[in-house]
Design a protein around this ligand. Structure first.
Ligand code: MLT
Length: 304
């Protein structure tokens, strides 16, 4: 019997792929062969000596002590691309929220409860406070052309935006094979100087921590709108606050609220919902479970 420990709720359509005559699955289980998790932070956890694999039902692995696992011969899997469509749709929603104050408008509309026959007239009077702008014709800069960045680029292009892209780890030649909707630029300065909207879609690593900082904000146009559905740590929050106060950044939409950003004006905070769709959760769970099975039963390693 293989023992699987789940450290978060994992979509049942994935978990049911483990044949129960060969696998025991529980959130607490002694001597697990593998751990399957989502966002549980494993850094302070003692790694059981029985452990052979850790599978993240998601893309980022910054909640897993990858180096420590590797030293102990534990294989770490993730599920790149499996939730990319969910995150793409969230980025597009974030961009639309940054271009019009839908949230303010919805809250304002609620204040009209009780106005009876006056609602129509009050709507006509108040709606001008919520005039926004369209995204068609605006320039979206995509930083990072992985699975999510490419999908965002293609969707934005379908919305008739001009899409420009840059990936610090990819040549233009290779990137062209990923999406023809994007005009590739060679450097971050060229990219940021043209953008009305910026979306950052790179993993959080020691190299990318605080990537959007004072220097990068200085390269941007005044009034730029920034979308971060990748990781909060990619943005230097002290520098962001200054950039917002100086009018450089008109809006920052983040899927990673924290104490700093929640207090800032012009920030739209979403509680890490990018991949929280039934479809994404199922896709990630299936990919994670299949990888664990293939490794435990056959020794095969994919996406580690
Ligand atoms: C990811 O790393 O795949 C995303 O942050 C989504 C998530 O795990 O909730």
């Amino acid at each position: 019997m293989f023992k699987i420990q789940t450290l978060n709720k994992i979509d049942p359509d994935g978990l049911k792929l483990f044949p129960l005559d060969q696998y025991e699955i529980a959130s607490e289980i002694p001597n697990p062969d593998a751990i399957v998790l989502r966002s549980f932070k494993m850094h302070d956890m003692e790694l059981p000596s029985s452990l052979k694999a850790v599978a993240r039902a998601g893309a980022g692995v910054n909640n897993i002590p990858v180096d420590k696992c590797t030293e102990k011969g534990i294989v770490v899997f993730n599920t790149p691309g499996a939730n990319a469509n969910g995150v793409k749709e969230a980025v597009i929603a974030g961009m639309l929220m940054a271009s019009r104050d839908y949230i303010g408008a919805v809250n304002w509309a609620k204040t009209l409860i009780g106005e009876g026959d006056n609602v129509g007239a009050l709507v006509e009077k108040g709606k001008n406070n919520f005039a926004g702008e369209e995204i068609k014709g605006k320039t979206l800069a995509v930083i990072g052309l992985g699975a999510i960045g490419v999908l965002v680029a293609n969707a934005a292009s379908a919305l008739r935006m001009k899409v420009i892209g840059y990936d610090p780890y990819m040549s233009v030649k290779h990137a062209l094979k990923l999406s023809r909707e994007v005009t590739w630029v060679e450097g971050i300065q060229v990219l940021l100087s043209q953008a009305d909207f910026v979306t950052i879609n790179v993993p959080l690593t020691p190299e990318t921590k605080g990537y959007l900082n004072k220097d990068k904000f200085a390269m941007m146009k005044d009034g730029v709108k920034i979308l971060n559905f990748a990781r909060g740590g990619l943005v230097n929050h002290a520098d962001l606050k200054e950039a917002i106060e100086a009018g450089k950044v008109a809006s920052y939409v983040t899927d990673f609220p924290d104490e700093d950003t929640l207090k800032m004006d012009k920030v739209i905070s979403i509680p890490h919902l990018g991949a929280s769709t039934k479809e994404s959760e199922t896709n990630c769970a299936i990919m994670a479970v299949e990888q664990v099975q293939d490794y435990l039963e056959n020794g095969n390693i994919k996406n580690s």
